[in-house]
Design a protein around this ligand. Structure first.
Ligand code: BG6
Length: 485
C-alpha cells in the first residue's frame, strides 16, 4: 500500500479526469492500494462545479467502471477523500488560499500535481504553484501528452516546467507503459533465456506493432484535426513499444538504465526524410463505412470540415541501424475506425534453414510470438508440431497460449492506476524522460514536415477495414503481410 499522499488534480472536471483518473483512483482504493489518509483535490473552474463535484465523480464512476466494481459502501468511503476546489489556475489571486489551507504545511507528505489541462496552461499553472509556495521538496508534477506539437514546442513546454520542478520530479505519462502486458514484455524479454538468445536479426524476420481502434473522433475533433495519428499515437505509444521490444538489456530496472537504452533505440532509428517518407509510410484517412452493423460517417463528415488532410491512419516500415537489428523491418501501424480494436505486437521468426520433411508434410511455417495488449491481454507462441492423429508425418501450427486475464481472477489492470501509484511512490521507471521525448520528435518531425511541404494527401480507406490498400502493399514489397487479429 502506498504511503498517504495528496494529489491536486488540475482539470478535475475534464474528460481525462472523469473517464480515466477518478475511476483509476477509486480502483486503487477498493483494491486496498491507498492509505485512508490519502487526499485528492480536483481543481475546477467554477464554484458550482466544485459544489457538485461529488455527484459528478459518482456519475463518472458509474459510467466508466467495469461491471461489479462500483458499490455504494466503497464509494461513500472513497468520496471522503475527495475535496474539489474552484480556482482559475492562470491567476495568482486569493482563490488559491483554500487549496493552500487544505494542503497544509507538512513538507514530508508527498504532493502530486496532476496537470490534466491543456499544455498551454502548464506554464502559468506551475508558475502560480511556485508563487503560492505550494512546491516543496516532496512535490512532483505529472503531465501527459500532447507535450507539444513538434520538437520545438515540446522543448518549450519542458523548459517551462523545468523552471519550477527538477527533472526527477517530473513524471511524463505514456499510459501505454502502465498497461500490464507492456510491463510483462520486459519480464518476458529479460527473464527468459529462450528469448534472450532468440532476439535479433539472426533469428527474427520482422516485427509488427499495430494499434487499431474502432472509435472515431470521440468529441475531440478540434484537437485531433490539429494533431493526426502521427503525433497522437506514433510519436509516443508506438515508439515507446518499439523501444521496449528492441532495446538492449538495461543494467538494472532503474529508470535511468531503462531510459538510456530506450534513447539508444530512438537514436538508431533510420531517419525517414524526403522521398523515403513516401516509400516507407502510408498515410490514410477514413471515409464512411460499416463497423459491425453500424454505418459510421467518414472523418470529414464527422469533423464537419470538407478540406482536412489530417491522417487518421499511418503504416510505417522502419529500420533500426545497429548490430542487433540490422536488416529487420519493423512495421508500425495505427488507425481510427478500423475493423477491430486491438493492440498487438507480432514477432515473426525466420523459417528453419532447411526442411527435412517431404512436401506432403506441409509447409514448415516460421514461429511467431504474438503479444496482445488489448482488448484482452495474452501472449501466444505459434510453434510447428506433428498433427496428432495422423499416421503420416503431417505438420501443423499449434499455439502455446497464455491468456493472462483468464489466469488471474482478480485481474483488474488499469494503466492509470498503476502509473499514479508509481508517481506517488516516486518510481519513475515507467515514465518518459525529457530526452526520450526530444529523440522521438527528432525522428517524427521530418516526416510531418515532408507531408506538409509536399501537400501530401492521405489515402482513403473505408471505416471498418484495415486501412488503405497501400498499407498491404508496403508489406508485400518485402514478401510480408499484416497479421490482422
Ligand atoms: C490516446 C490517444 O493517447 O490513446 C487517443 O490520444 C487514443 O486518440 C488512445 O484513442 C488509445 O488508448 P487505448 O489505451 O484506448 O488504446
Amino acid at each position: 500500500m502506498a504511503n498517504a499522499f495528496d494529489m491536486v488534480l488540475f482539470g478535475g472536471g475534464g474528460d481525462l479526469s472523469l473517464r480515466k483518473l477518478i475511476p483509476a483512483l477509486y480502483r486503487a482504493f477498493i483494491e486496498g492500494g491507498l492509505n485512508s489518509d490519502t487526499r485528492f483535490f480536483p481543481v475546477v473552474r467554477r464554484q458550482e462545479e466544485a459544489d457538485s463535484y461529488t455527484k459528478t465523480a459518482q456519475h463518472a464512476l458509474k459510467t466508466h467502471l467495469r461491471d461489479g466494481e462500483y458499490n455504494e459502501k466503497s464509494w461513500k468511503e472513497f468520496s471522503t477523500m475527495l475535496r474539489a476546489v474552484a480556482l482559475d489556475i492562470s491567476k495568482p489571486d486569493d482563490q488559491w488560499n483554500l487549496l493552500i489551507d487544505l494542503l497544509g504545511d507538512d513538507t514530508s507528505r508527498t504532493r502530486l500535481f496532476y496537470l490534466a489541462i491543456p499544455p498551454a496552461v502548464f506554464g502559468p499553472c506551475c508558475e502560480n504553484l511556485s508563487i503560492k509556495g505550494l512546491i516543496h521538496e516532496n512535490s512532483r508534477v505529472v503531465v501527459e501528452k500532447p507535450l507539444g506539437y513538434n520538437a520545438k514546442t515540446s522543448d518549450e513546454i519542458n523548459s517551462k516546467i523545468a523552471e519550477y520542478f527538477p527533472e526527477e520530479s517530473i513524471f511524463r505519462i505514456d499510459h501505454y507503459l502502465g498497461k500490464e502486458t507492456v510491463q510483462n514484455l520486459l519480464a518476458l524479454r529479460f527473464s527468459n533465456v529462450l528469448f534472450e538468445r532468440l532476439w535479433d536479426a539472426k533469428t527474427i524476420d520482422h516485427i509488427q506493432i499495430s494499434i487499431s481502434e474502432t472509435v472515431g473522433l470521440e468529441g475531440r475533433a478540434g484537437f485531433y484535426d490539429d494533431t493526426g495519428a502521427m503525433r497522437d499515437m506514433v510519436q509516443n505509444h508506438l515508439l515507446q513499444l518499439l523501444c521496449l521490444i528492441t532495446m538492449e538489456s538495461p543494467n538494472s530496472m532503474s529508470a535511468r538504465n531503462i531510459r538510456s537504452e530506450k534513447i539508444k533505440v530512438l537514436e538508431a532509428l533510420r531517419p525517414l526524410v524526403g522521398k523515403d517518407v513516401d516509400k516507407n509510410i502510408v498515410r490514410g484517412q477514413y471515409v464512411a463505412g460499416g463497423l459491425g452493423k453500424e454505418l459510421v460517417p467518414g472523418y470529414l463528415e464527422e469533423l464537419k470540415a470538407p478540406n482536412s488532410t489530417t491522417e487518421t491512419f499511418v503504416a510505417i516500415r522502419a529500420h533500426i541501424d545497429n548490430w542487433r537489428w540490422t536488416g529487420v523491418p519493423f512495421y508500425l501501424r495505427t488507425g481510427k475506425r478500423m475493423e477491430k480494436r486491438c493492440a498487438e505486437i507480432v514477432i515473426q521468426y525466420q523459417k528453419v534453414s532447411h526442411s527435412v520433411y517431404q512436401p506432403e508434410a506441409g509447409d514448415v511455417l516460421p514461429n511467431r510470438l504474438v503479444i496482445r495488449l488489448q482488448p484482452e491481454e495474452s501472449i501466444k507462441l505459434v510453434l510447428m508440431a506433428k498433427k496428432m492423429d495422423s499416421l503420416t508425418m503431417e505438420l501443423q501450427p499449434v499455439e502455446l497460449n497464455l491468456t493472462l486475464s483468464d489466469t488471474y481472477d482478480s485481474f483488474k489492470s488499469d494503466a492509470y492506476k498503476r502509473l499514479m501509484l508509481d508517481a506517488a511512490a516516486n518510481n519513475s521507471a515507467l515514465f518518459i524522460h525529457r530526452e526520450e521525448v526530444a529523440a522521438a520528435w527528432a525522428w517524427v518531425d521530418p516526416i510531418i514536415d515532408h507531408w506538409r511541404d509536399t501537400n501530401n494527401l492521405p489515402q482513403l480507406y473505408r471505416a471498418g477495414t484495415w486501412g488503405p490498400q497501400a498499407s498491404n502493399q508496403l508489406l508485400a514489397e518485402n514478401g510480408h503481410h499484416w497479421f490482422n487479429p
